[in-house]
Design a protein around this ligand. Structure first.
Ligand SMILES: Cc1ncc(COP(=O)(O)O)c(C=O)c1O
Length: 286
């Protein structure tokens, strides 16, 4: 990635911090430094990571970061908290395509000027947030209350404790999956702590396993899409759902369902491996 940035020197790099589709995490500290050294703007999707694993916006030189409420913050979906710095603000203010105060998309288009959609136009939002208070949209107040409550719970737990809880449950889940003899998918050195990907064993119908987990155990695990369709399962351990009882429950259920699908595995090992992790120092964090 950094090599490509040096080769192409784009004006902006946009990337995903935690790739939920593959269970991988990008090394943003290094990428951020490379971008800042070349004066490139770095825009990051931290939808899956915010509230579950550190997102060091300033220390990693991230210029803009977007989050989501529905994953590790465990707040109903519908909002995208975002932050950006003065470098982004300068860029926004210098590329305005619609006159300030004149929001006539039709005439702008007629003149051949491009405009962003109302929802994605940050320069319009700047006018809403600034002293101009120019109406942009009507806030969904109940969502703001939801976010406030989610963040209150997060701060009550403490950010560091929350990150450690996600790591400890991930470790227990990984130990259980390996104890069952299943293969984890992806590079473990850059694994995303809040999503664990498993290679579907040869000869097993992944969708049939998912259906049985859902219908008989009320547990939903994800499949994947694109080239990974039918190749992997994905288990999320995010926010409120990231709990010892859920990890133990999913391991026990997955083992039972796989046995039902005539997959040969060392019965009983998975939950014991996870319990071993919980019995250690990290267990106290969950
Ligand atoms: C990394 C990442 N970015 C963005 C999204 C999209 O979020 P939303 O569904 O809120 O548009 C998702 C959702 O799965 C995601 O995992």
């Amino acid at each position: 990635m950094i090599k490509a940035i040096h080769t192409h020197k784009p004006s902006l790099v946009a990337m995903v911090h935690g790739e939920t589709s593959t269970g991988q995490m990008q090394p943003l500290a290094e990428i951020g430094k490379a971008c800042r050294d070349l004066d490139i703007l770095l825009v990051v999707d931290a939808v899956a990571t915010i509230g579950g694993t550190p997102v060091e916006t300033d220390a990693w030189h991230l210029d803009a970061v977007m989050g989501g409420t529905q994953k590790c913050l465990s707040v109903p979906s519908g909002m995208a908290p975002l932050t950006y710095n003065s470098r982004v603000e300068q860029k926004l203010m210098s590329r305005k395509t619609v006159e300030r105060g004149l929001r006539d998309a039709t005439s702008a288009r007629a003149e051949g000027r491009t405009i962003a959609s109302n929802y994605f136009d940050l320069s319009q939002l700047q006018d809403y947030w600034s002293s101009a208070r120019l109406n942009h949209h009507t806030e969904a107040t109940s969502m703001l209350y939801g976010l406030h409550e989610g963040l209150r719970i997060l701060l009550q737990e403490g950010l560091e404790a929350r990150f450690q809880r996600h790591l400890a449950n991930e470790r227990a889940l990984v130990a259980g999956i390996q104890g069952m003899g299943l293969q984890l998918y992806g590079d473990m050195s850059s694994k995303l702590p809040v999503v664990t990907c498993i290679t579907i064993p040869e000869g097993i119908d992944g969708e049939s396993v998912r259906s049985m987990l859902l219908n008989d155990f009320s547990i939903e695990i994800a499949s994947s899409f694109g080239p990974l369709k039918g190749q992997i399962w994905r288990i999320g351990t995010m926010g409120f759902s990231c709990q010892r009882k859920n990890v133990l429950h999913v391991l026990g259920a997955l083992e039972a369902v796989l046995l039902r699908h005539r997959h040969v595995l060392p019965a009983g090992e998975a939950v014991q491996a996870a319990l071993d992790v919980y019995a250690g120092k990290e267990g106290a964090l969950c």
